[in-house]
Design a protein around this ligand. Sequence first.
Ligand code: NAD
Length: 265
Amino acid sequence: MPQLGFGVWQVPDAEAAQAVGTALEAGYRSVDTAAVYGNEAGTGKGIAASGLPREDVFVTTKLWNGPGERWGRDNVLREFDASLAKLGLDYVDLYLIHWPRPMRDDYLAIWKAFEEIAASGRARAVGVSNFLPAQLERLRAESALVPAVNQVELHPLFAQAELRALHAELGIATMAWSPLGQGKDLLTRPAVLAVAEKHGRSAAQVVLRWHVQTGNIAIPKSVTPSRIRENLDVFGFELDASDMAALDALESGRRIGPDPAEFDV
Ligand code: NAD
């Protein structure tokens, strides 16, 4: 799985093909979508129109496990089929449970269906998103299948050190959503701007380079072609220990997005 991918949350379906096309042309080989983004069809069109061999593009999508009652095998298999159909693919590289929704207590039943999907080969790998330590521990206790990744909110303002340590122990890759902090406050922090100026790079590039050196998989989103290219161009420079420490010091302990312990759909 490429360490940098292209995220398409909030990209309208009608614009997704073009955005994904721009990203693939720029050199991205990993695309992150989800059923709830409503743009799996456009994403699939962009991949098809690129002319790249299917095996060259790593495609991730996510189960929208809701709304309503507790979910089980039938709902999951139905939603997975629908996602493949919209994407126009006969397999995805990675399929994720989008949110654990612990108050519904159905993520274990969903995971059992994911085991089945993984065994069928129609998802080359399966994983989770927004899972907290207690939920990862429960999967460890109840399933022989380790999630390939846990995709969570992660950026220098919320770096998830404890969760990353647990991932390392369990053999789960850490995938960072909102890696640029949604392009808000983070990219104008003096510490980020100072490191950017030192390296003659943009704030976004410095933050993405921090992800690369921290060992995260990151999936920045943009629909602006120049930014799409800029965000992938982070392999030609290196942050030194003092740069990394300056970015690490931005930890605030605060999320931008919802708390998975409370988020329901
Ligand atoms: P992000 O951190 O990638 O920020 C995106 C925003 O940053 C853009 O809309 C733009 O305003 C700005 N930006 C992008 N490139 C820039 C640049 N070079 N210079 C300046 N500003 C720039 O935020 P995101 O879209 O929330 O997260 C990325 C991806 O993560 C999503 O598209 C989606 O695929 C995934 N995601 C997953 C979950 C989940 O629950 N699993 C939740 C949120 C996002």
